[in-house]
Design a protein around this ligand. Structure first.
Ligand code: FES
Length: 98
């Protein structure tokens, strides 16, 4: 599990992942907040069915795609957390026509 670098300036907020309440801090990305909270599985690869997690942390690999506040396929490594965000994984067939 990742560990946060404590900052006294960051305000603690609440986000929701798969309906579960998670503590996060302003300024961190959604992906960082989830991994720091012990979430290991961010998405499921549609072909192999394997569990995936953020890899590049800079918007290149697309391993961190999540649905955030109803918007699908967002790169969670690039999106800062906001109070009350509702985040969920995609179902395997979300958006796939194959
Ligand atoms: S971790 Fe690579 S795009 Fe987000």
């Amino acid at each position: 599990m990742l560990k946060r670098i404590q900052s006294s300036k960051s305000k603690k907020i609440t986000i929701f992942f798969e309906e579960k309440q998670i503590a996060a801090y302003e300024g961190e990305s959604v992906a960082a907040a989830l991994l720091c909270s012990g979430v290991k599985h961010i998405r499921t690869a549609p072909v192999s069915g394997t569990s995936r997690a953020p890899y590049c942390w800079m918007g290149v690999c697309f391993e961190c795609l999540l649905e955030i506040d109803g918007q699908p396929n967002l790169q969670s490594c690039l999106i800062p957390v906001q109070e009350g965000m509702k985040i969920r994984r995609h179902a395997l067939n979300d958006g796939d026509s194959a």
